[in-house]
Design a protein around this ligand. Structure first.
Ligand code: FES
Ligand SMILES: [Fe+2]
Length: 348
């Protein structure tokens, strides 16, 4: 397979953890190569606009935000959350200019379970975003997360996604005393089912418990789902407790991808351990980042990459899901999940 650097469009992407955007503040972030302004009004509502003033292209985030409207720093044009221009200070009283002509592009955003999602539409797309397509962690209802870590990977989105669902790298990349030592590989047999825009590794008991899982206590079971454009949700449960981990990739540009991992849990005593745990979570994610950084050295030479048998089947499904997503869109029909129920075996 050779690489084509296209982004999926008409789909929700993870924008950022909601706690990073305080009321009355705005921030700049690039998504899929587009400069975006994200702001939270005083009433808590989040909105997103193209971060380029339609007058002379100064980034709107260079201006001011009063908790209601954004004001450009160059000539003071003002814009409200829908992107409508509300004021052009240089106009004289009886100027009959229709301000509606100077809209800035507005992006649909939603905040759920503490996460802000942004809908990246295709150019001239007629498709309406549906809130039902926003990935949700099970069990935790409206609750927000307890811990989050974001790292920027220096790669195209596909390599970050494949790292999320690649079972064979774990004993080599994530060697640590509290995780897996790498010396012994176990044979794994896992059943998979198709699920919305992706697939799910069927709920099973976790064999050969790594210390990270032992912390939960009891005999934990896990279910791991993946869905486009790059969201992995793991739900670990015991008789008494639940832990969810959502990991989402967000393409920043063709060569940069944010990977955010977020944890939800029900064990109150873990909350006290949070300051100790966070560096471990960061280290774990950084191990993925480091190997992907090394991979960039080889990718410069545009080699053909291989996907082999069961250990790489999830990666292959990812490419098939992406291709079907695009095909269904261009043919104007519903998405048909290419993944069929299947058992995969590998050693890791
Ligand atoms: S460039 Fe923004 S108001 Fe002129
Ligand atoms: Fe990993």
């Amino acid at each position: 397979m050779t690489e084509k650097k296209d982004f999926l469009r008409d789909i929700w992407y993870y924008a950022l953890p909601g706690s990073l955007l305080k009321p009355g503040k705005m921030m700049a972030k690039t998504f899929l190569g587009e400069p975006v302004l994200l702001a939270r009004k005083h009433d808590g509502q989040v909105f997103a606009l193209r971060d380029i003033c339609p007058h002379r292209a100064v980034p709107l985030t260079c201006g001011r935000f009063d908790g209601q409207e954004v004001e450009c720093c160059y000539h003071g044009w003002r814009f409200e959350e829908s992107g409508r221009c509300t004021a052009i200070p240089s106009l004289v009283e009886d100027d009959a200019l229709d301000l509606n002509r100077f809209r800035v592009k507005h992006y649909p955003v939603r905040e759920v379970q503490g996460n802000i999602w942004i809908y990246m539409a295709a150019k001239d797309s007629k498709k309406e975003p549906s809130d039902r397509d926003i990935p949700l962690v099970p069990y935790f209802g409206d609750r927000s997360y307890q811990m989050m870590v974001t790292l920027r990977f220096p790669c195209f989105v596909d390599h970050a996604v494949i790292g999320l669902m690649d079972p064979a790298h774990s004993p080599y990349v994530h060697r640590a005393w509290w995780w897996k030592s790498g010396r012994v590989l176990f044979e794994e047999v896992k059943a998979f089912d198709p699920s919305p825009y992706g697939f799910t590794m069927r709920r099973h008991e976790i064999p050969n418990l790594a210390l990270g899982y032992k912390l939960i206590g009891g005999a934990p079971e896990t279910e791991i789902s993946f869905r486009l454009p790059g969201v992995r949700i793991e739900h670990v449960s015991t008789k008494r407790h639940n832990v969810c981990n959502l990991t989402a990739v967000t393409p920043i540009s063709e060569n940069e991808t944010d990977v955010t991992t977020i944890l939800y849990w029900t064990m109150p005593w873990i909350t006290a351990l949070k300051p100790i745990m966070k560096p471990f979570v960061r280290r774990f994610l950084d191990q993925d980042r480091q190997v992907v950084t090394k991979q960039q050295i080889g990718l410069q030479y545009d080699p053909t990459l291989l996907l082999i048998r069961d250990a790489d089947t999830q990666a292959r499904w990812y490419y098939q899901l992406k291709a079907e997503f695009e095909r269904a869109k261009s043919e104007g029909r519903d998405f048909v999940n290419p993944v069929k129920e299947q058992v995969l075996r590998w050693r890791s």
